[in-house]
Design a protein around this ligand. Structure first.
Ligand code: SF4
Ligand code: SF4
Length: 179
């Protein structure tokens, strides 16, 4: 079993057992999480309209994948927690690819399964994709992604300062490493 699966599934359990009730009642999270969801929709719309997703699908059909093994480590702990909160809102379950170790832990049959994709992946445009999009469309996508970037940073920073980097949370996680 790969280490990243153990790491992310461990913090998923910590989220379910310890964090979820507190975070779902936190006024700051309650206020900003719906806006983040809207911002993500706006970014996705820009990717679809620019035909960026369609271009990447062409790669997948030719057997070219750029979501390889270990890239799951680009997802920060705060981004994982935001994904779990967003999945709760949608009544979805976080997916783990446990069958194809050569691929990213979050890569499903139809691409990335995360709701909030790691910052690194959001900003990745390979040379071919950049050429296909051209400056204008690339600029449009980047502008559409601004709200998502600002809100995910704001919420991630809040989670780190008030929950994840608190010594009580770290102590609790260590003590409950068998949950
Ligand atoms: S980012 Fe580039 S290499 Fe990756 S799927 Fe899209 S076109 Fe292909
Ligand atoms: S976009 Fe998603 S599936 Fe692809 S490398 Fe990033 S996290 Fe993994």
């Amino acid at each position: 079993m790969r280490e990243s699966f153990l790491y992310f599934s461990f913090f998923k359990k910590i989220f379910e057992h310890r964090l979820k009730p507190k975070l779902q009642e936190d006024p700051f999270i309650k206020f900003y999480l719906p806006s983040l969801e809207e911002a993500i929709k706006k970014s996705r719309k820009a990717f679809i309209e620019s035909r960026s997703f369609a271009f990447c699908e062409g790669c997948a059909k030719r057997g070219i994948k750029c979501c390889g093994e270990s890239l799951e480590w680009k997802l920060s702990l705060a981004e994982l927690i935001l994904n779990l909160l967003l999945a709760e809102r949608r009544g979805e379950v976080l997916y783990f690819n446990t069958e194809r170790p050569e691929d990213c832990l979050f890569l499903g049959e139809k691409g990335c399964t995360l709701i909030l994709v790691p910052l690194f992946c959001r900003n990745f445009f390979c040379e071919d994709l950049s050429k296909f999009l051209g400056k204008e469309r690339l600029k449009k996508i980047q502008e559409a992604m601004e709200d998502e970037a600002v809100l995910s940073f704001k919420l991630g920073d809040y989670l780190n300062r008030n929950y994840l980097f608190k010594k009580e949370f770290l102590r609790d996680s260590l003590q409950n490493s068998t949950v």
